[in-house]
Design a protein around this ligand. Sequence first.
Ligand code: PEP
Ligand code: MN
Length: 337
Amino acid sequence: MIIVMKSGVSQEQIDRVVRRLAEIGCEAHISVGQVRTVIGAIGDREIIQQQPWLAMPGVERAVPVLKPYKFVSREFQAEDTVIKVRNAQIGGGVFAPIAGPCAVETRDQLFETAEAVLDAGATILRGDAFKPRTSPFSFQGLAEDGLQLMAEAREEFGMPFVAEVLDPRDVDLVAGYADMLRIGTRNMANFALLSEVGRVHKPVQLKRGFTATIDEWLNAAEYIYKEGNHEVVLVERGIRTFETATRNTLDISAAPVIKHMSHLPVIIDPSHSSGRRHLVAPLARAAVAVGADGFIVDVHPAPETAQVDGDQALLPAEFAELMDQMRGLATALGVTI
Ligand code: PEP
Ligand code: MN
């Protein structure tokens, strides 16, 4: 059961609900969001359901939840969550084009890419300062210098940015610069990182683990949500299958499946799933057709020189062409882009 408190609830009213749960032998999991406090009641379902929760001051509604994930389920919240990243929006009928380099390499590389993706219509810039690499000897990112460059690009172009955080110890550092955090596929089940990101008040992208089921992914989102950060965007980025023609297999069905099961926005990463430049545009176009709330695409002005993921980066002109196609599709589907 989830007990949703009214906005403007007092601490005393919250404490009363928590005390009542303790009296009936149940545990309370409190999640203080920016708008609402919600209390997850854990214990004997029958006993919890018998309580007249609505009679308690400050309680708005009490929602029985049957799924293993509670807060992120449609049962808990019927309306779609809409996320604002400064002047950009994800969800609520708005398709968010997110683009930029996989990694920040140099000021010139970043600024050239940022200007190009902004001109083409992207609303959020991507660019990582911490890179999760398969080999410890590969380029690991510019760390804080990279975040500083991203912040300068935000100033110059007026675009908010998203950056990956790899380590719970770096959450405050990355959140101090970025407008939105990202947890990568390799860290989807890093529960310490999920909880830490749950404690900051910045929207977060949670990538699907490349071997994770949708249930596991939603449970990972629950770790963030339950700490009080309710601004979670799910990113489908491909899963590992027997197929080798692509880097991973984009599970395009994940978007409508998530829409059915959860109120959180879901976006598609056609770059990291396919790993091949010529596949990015077709998969990106599919994102809007299946009802996803956006995409995140790698763009690089000289992919052959890229330190990371050059094989999948679109050239700025290719991204601009894709955006033209996206606008046509969005109009046909009644979606704002
Ligand atoms: C990325 O987006 O740069 C990235 C590393 O993606 P993933 O975690 O999906 O591999
Ligand atoms: Mn990458």
